[in-house]
Design a protein around this ligand. Sequence first.
Ligand SMILES: [Zn+2]
Length: 252
Amino acid sequence: MKRVLLIVGIVFVALFGVFFATVGSAFVGLVPAADGPVAPGVQLVRDGYVNAYLIDLDDGVALVDCGNDPEAKTLLAALKARNLEPSSVKAIFVTHGHPDHVAGCQQFPGAAVYVFEGDRGLAEGTEAGKGPLPKFMGIQKGKSVKVTNVLVDAATVQLGGVGVTAWNIPGHTGGSAAFLARGVLFFGDSATAQSDGKLRPAPWVFSDDLEQCKASLRGLAAKVPAGVSKLAFAHSGVFENASALGEYAKAP
Ligand SMILES: [Zn+2]
């Protein structure tokens, strides 16, 4: 009996070890993310382990994602530091519907919320994620947002003088988006910046379909126009030029 318990215990510990090594490896070797300006009119706001971005508009700001905090404390502080109110947020561009990217959106009820149709249920908290870990975590009540505008692939949303172009890059989730605004290309979780200069696709344990994510990134490289100045990610720092995407697409 004791021996059986010992074996069960060892298997249990081993499984936990594999689990933490798998999840932890997703966060190893990344370019560190820091609060502050990324490009003219674009600011990174860190919320724990996930980034949101402020994009300056003529009459306020747009957000790329809203972080994991339902109270959006770091975003509200960043707005306050610029004498902006929650009502200054006119639009939110959701890179995908995972809870750690939409939880804070509820603090900006006046903003238009843009999501690709494939992630509407995920963002609104009516569907759980399909990747191994998101499926295990299930729907996280209180970390959702009502979608007001469905994005169209390769179309540009014009907000005064600022255009935000959206591409559907399925794989991490079905409705994952890349956005281009003010010369910065935003990837959400579909990729991260590694400190060796390479772009890394989303970790499989968080993703619906890793192979599809890789194909979408290669496809995106062919679609984005010249003049992209920075690559911005949700769980790592920024790449200072766009070359890593082209190199990723060319790699065998
Ligand atoms: Zn995600």
